[in-house]
Design a protein around this ligand. Structure first.
Ligand code: SF4
Length: 110
């Protein structure tokens, strides 16, 4: 709950979610971060494991649910973004395969 004065058309501090690139709810109506293709990316582990066969340290990749746009804007890895957060203004719809398996079909028709 925010104790700040609410201004019409201006996002409230409640709409600021950790890890999001911009205020929640500023994207297309009804869209969520779960529908956005900028949610999640591959990240390399900080700690490597020595591989005898290769004679070098090997770093593993793993998938995180942080926002790619947040990383572009700040240069840092953000907190994991919940798929149910209302989308922000940088929202980009995930392209889903059409039912017949050919081409792509956006899930949401605007
Ligand atoms: S809508 Fe997309 S760009 Fe915006 S915070 Fe969510 S995942 Fe990131």
């Amino acid at each position: 709950m925010s104790f700040m004065t609410k201004l019409e058309g201006v996002p409230d501090s409640d709409a600021a979610k950790p890890g999001m690139a911009f205020f929640a709810g500023t994207g297309p109506y009804g869209a969520t971060c779960g529908d956005c293709k900028l949610r999640g990316y591959q990240r390399q582990s900080m700690k490597g494991v020595w591989n005898e066969k290769l004679q070098q340290e090997v770093f593993r990749n793993y998938r995180v649910t942080s926002c790619q746009q947040y990383r572009r804007l700040t240069g840092h890895h953000g907190a994991p973004v919940d798929k149910d957060y209302p989308a922000c203004k940088y929202f980009e719809a995930v392209e889903k395969k059409s039912p017949d398996g050919r081409g792509t079909d956006n899930a949401r028709q605007d």
